[in-house]
Design a protein around this ligand. Structure first.
Ligand SMILES: Cc1cc2nc3c(=O)[nH]c(=O)nc-3n(C[C@H](O)[C@H](O)[C@H](O)COP(=O)(O)OP(=O)(O)OC[C@H]3O[C@@H](n4cnc5c(N)ncnc54)[C@H](O)[C@@H]3O)c2cc1C
Length: 445
């Protein structure tokens, strides 16, 4: 996908790549593309014979000039090799040397600078997908699912870090139980602080997986559910997509930080995989829309523009799980923690929709996104614990599996859900960031 440009990442309205109408042929409306793209994953390689780029560019008018803003942004199929077998005018301008994901080359690509001359002249040949001006909606069709996939990738990295940590914590002997001065060192898995980190990792990794699977199910229901199911899934998906992209990405990083910590000095070396996982995951809060951009989407569009439609459905679903928890006194504390976090989130959502100016609401968007993510994952943890209580006690393996799920649910409720009120307190107190900042605080160094 060739969307980003050196000067246009989060703001794709500012792309300057131009598409100039060329001719019509058996593949459709043909254009010549001119411009520079940046950060293109697998933008060039020799794994396949050909590479087919999907390029976002602005279609020029008959005077050759492109419009400002999003008008005219369109999608083009631009192959590295043309159907004739000749090279297209697409050149690798350079490789980006990344912190992680090093198995995948990342390139700056130049289109139409004359490195190859299709039909004797400069200009990368591309064919229009659909209609002129539809490029952004077309890209977003792919991007919404891509965002959930980013969340899944993050959940996977967190999960692998957790499993590596568990294995290491059982084999690494160090220190003795509290109060004991002699005897052999014990595995670090027996120390309370290591157990705290292991449980945190589990709650982030499996909480992220639950969130992504729930969202993936909604993606299916949008296509295959009854009319009512489709409408609800669509509205809920709108709210959950930025959360499913961001929460796993942000909290996998914490989980992998714990993974390095559990490995001690070994975690800081390349001899163990956890530093690689940490570097790989760091990308996930950046690509497919940064955390800040997801937060603006959640608060600006999904909350304020849609008047809380999907958020109301989310609240009803969390409340239904809280109702189920009522008949399980064993989970009374977890239910209480979740219901007060939900109440705080609902109060903050109302404030953002009705009491805040747009700029104030946007300034508070990331803390709101973090809080919403914790409430949603707290809800899914309670749901998993209730399922374990109801169904999972038929064998030793099931009992162990369920005991660890319930422990993670309790951990999340006691140690994580209280963070929600801290994130939301500025919003609930009607304190926009702008109110505490003098204007010249960010003077250039
Ligand atoms: C390894 C890697 C692979 C990638 N693969 C691809 C690919 O295959 N194809 C592709 O097209 N792109 C790809 N990208 C690009 C990626 O999508 C962009 O890096 C991302 O969208 C952010 O754009 P940027 O880097 O220009 O940062 P910027 O947009 O400059 O953002 C910098 C910071 O400012 C914040 N910010 C920006 N605008 C606002 C705003 N309006 N309000 C509040 N905060 C704001 C951001 O949240 C961020 O924290 C890749 C990037 C990387 C690093």
């Amino acid at each position: 996908m060739c969307l980003s440009e050196p000067q246009a990442g989060s703001s794709l309205a500012d792309i300057t790549t131009r598409a100039v109408a060329d001719a019509e042929d058996e593949l459709g409306r043909r254009y010549r593309i001119y411009g520079a793209k940046m950060w293109i994953s697998a933008g060039d390689h020799d794994v396949t014979d050909n590479i087919v780029h999907l390029v976002l560019a602005k279609a020029a008018g008959s005077d050759g000039v492109v419009a400002q803003g999003t008008r005219g942004i369109s999608l083009f199929i631009v192959p590295k090799r043309l159907p004739s077998g000749d090279l297209n005018d697409v050149a690798v301008a350079g490789l980006n040397h990344k912190m992680g994901y090093r198995g995948l080359p990342n390139c700056a690509l130049n289109f139409g600078e004359g490195r190859a001359l299709p039909d004797g002249r400069a200009g990368a040949v591309g064919w229009l997908v659909g209609e002129v001006g539809q490029g952004l909606p077309q890209m977003f069709q792919m991007m919404n699912e891509a965002r959930v996939s980013v969340g899944l990738g993050a959940a996977m990295l967190a999960s692998r870090g957790h499993l590596l940590s568990l294995a290491y914590a059982h084999t690494r002997a160090q220190g003795r139980p509290l109060g004991s001065r002699s005897g052999a060192p014990v595995p670090i898995a027996q120390h309370a602080d290591v157990q705290r980190m292991l449980l945190a990792q589990k709650s982030y990794a499996e909480g992220a997986l639950a969130l992504v699977l729930y969202t993936a199910r909604l993606l299916d229901l949008v296509h295959s559910g009854s009319d009512d199911e489709q409408a609800d899934a669509d509205a809920l998906l709108a709210v959950l997509t930025p959360i499913a992209k961001t929460w796993p990405s942000e909290w996998a990083q914490r989980a992998l930080d714990h993974a390095i910590q559990i490995h001690g000095g070994a975690g800081y070396t390349r001899d163990f995989d956890v530093e690689l996982l940490y570097r790989d995951n760091r990308l996930n809060t950046i690509h497919e829309g940064t955390t800040g951009i997801q937060a603006i989407d959640l608060v600006g569009r999904k909350l304020r523009r849609d008047k809380g439609l999907g958020f109301d459905i989310l609240q009803r679903r969390v409340t239904a799980t809280l109702e189920r928890a009522r008949v399980h006194p064993a989970f009374a504390n977890e239910a209480l923690a979740l219901s007060s976090a939900l109440a705080a989130l609902a109060g903050a959502a109302e404030m953002l929709m009705t009491e805040f100016e747009e700029a104030e609401a946007i300034a508070a968007a990331t803390p709101f996104l973090l809080a919403a993510g914790h409430v949603v994952v707290g809800w899914l943890w309670l749901d998993q614990a209730l399922c374990c209580e109801a169904f999972g006690q038929n064998s030793d393996a099931e009992r162990t599996f369920c005991a660890s799920k319930i422990a993670a649910c309790r951990y999340f409720s006691v140690f994580e859900l209280p963070k929600v009120s801290a994130w939301l307190s500025p919003i609930l107190g009607a304190n926009a960031l702008g109110k505490i900042l003098p204007t010249d605080v960010f003077a250039e160094p």
